[in-house]
Design a protein around this ligand. Structure first.
Ligand code: KG4
Length: 336
């Protein structure tokens, strides 16, 4: 059994993952963000993780005792992304707790980046040896090439030039009065709005209104250079729509479709550059039903021919399951 930890913005996570990648326990506690706020300062988040993590580790170790298992390694996130200089204070909590626990238990410690954890949470045996990983969350919007199996060799192909997709959605949602993180609320709200005329002409799968009943087209344009999107312009455009009194559900739908269009353009740019046509889509924003639906409709169209793989929504959002799965691979027992 691998005991795995992840202390991200904004979830404290602890999991027990068995050899083969099976999940025995998946514990998570979201950090509380005060109403109207768009996040926490790093010092506040670090302190909140310090208070929460021991409760989760106690529950996990109780489960280990009850099941008569043995912890054979401890794995923890230690940085946002694979490059050595990638750094965010929150991950110091999982790393330091993890190292201490491994030393106390006398077992190996495996450091994993948060991104590697997100990708490995989505891994399954049916994936080809070379594929793309699209990581879309509050802290990352990046397209990478993956080679092998966890622990994959990861090469970045492009990343957000400013705001991340989830950050953009959270800002729009909070401006609409929704709680943080706003993505899931925005996704539900967007479902109240039927597809606009422009979407229908683009072939969106989202709820087809009867002829003559399409709401006025509200689209938020987005720029993507190569595989690198920019969400600063879309944030300004969304704020303008809100100021103009556009109904919240219509703004929500436009914001999510803007993200989906950006992701679509990133993948298409990679395909044009000769990259592989299988894409693993991970991170909290990949939990959006509207984004999934739109990406499937546009990219899996026979004329495009991309094969999309989404993990179940609960493995899109922050978790420690992927950290454990990556660690099994790194220790020589690849998951699956
Ligand atoms: O991967 P994640 O849980 O944490 C980070 O590592 O950032 O992603 C969090 C982001 C937030 O911006 C949140 O609003 C968004 O993912 N999110 C969603 C949904 N669930 C989480 N966005 C749209 N639809 C969802 N269902």
């Amino acid at each position: 059994m691998i005991l795995s930890l992840d202390t991200s913005c904004y979830t404290t996570s602890c999991a027990l993952v068995e050899a083969g990648g099976g999940v025995v326990l998946d514990l998570r506690l979201p950090l509380e963000v005060p109403p109207g706020e768009r996040g926490l300062r790093q010092a506040e988040a670090v302190f909140a993780h310090l208070l929460r993590l021991p409760d989760l580790v106690e529950q996990a170790m109780e489960e280990v005792r009850r099941g008569g298992w043995r912890v054979s390694a401890v794995a923890a996130s230690n940085r946002p992304r694979p490059p050595g200089d990638s750094y965010l204070p929150v991950f110091r909590v999982s790393e330091r707790f993890g190292r201490s626990l491994a030393a106390a238990l006398g077992v190996p410690f495996v450091a994993v980046s948060h991104q590697e954890g997100h990708l490995a949470a989505a891994w399954h045996g049916g994936l080809p040896d070379t594929l793309l990983g699209l990581h879309v969350s509050g802290g990352t919007t990046e397209l990478v090439r993956l080679r092998g199996r966890p622990p994959w060799e990861i090469v970045s192909l492009g990343a957000s030039l400013d705001l991340h997709a989830g950050q953009f959605l959270d800002r729009v949602g909070v401006a609409l009065g929704l709680p943080f993180p706003a993505g899931p609320h925005l996704d539900r709200l967007a479902r109240e709005e039927p597809a606009g005329a422009q979407e229908l002409s683009e072939g969106s799968a989202g709820g087809c209104p009867a002829a003559g009943q399409s709401p006025p087209a509200v689209a938020i344009p987005v720029t993507v250079r190569g595989c690198s999107p920019s969400f600063a312009g879309p944030e300004t455009a969304a704020r303008r729509l809100i100021a103009r009194g556009v109904p919240p559900a219509r703004v929500a739908r436009a914001a999510l479709l803007c993200v989906a269009r950006a992701l679509e353009k990133m993948v298409l740019a990679a395909l044009r550059a000769g990259e592989p046509g299988t894409v693993l889509v991970v991170g909290g924003v990949a939990a959006s039903s509207l984004v999934r639906e739109r990406l499937r409709w546009r990219l899996e169209h026979p004329a495009v021919g991309v094969r999309l793989h989404f993990p179940p929504p609960h493995l899109c959002t922050d978790n420690a399951v992927g950290v454990g799965r990556w660690a099994w691979g790194a220790l020589g027992g690849a998951p699956g």
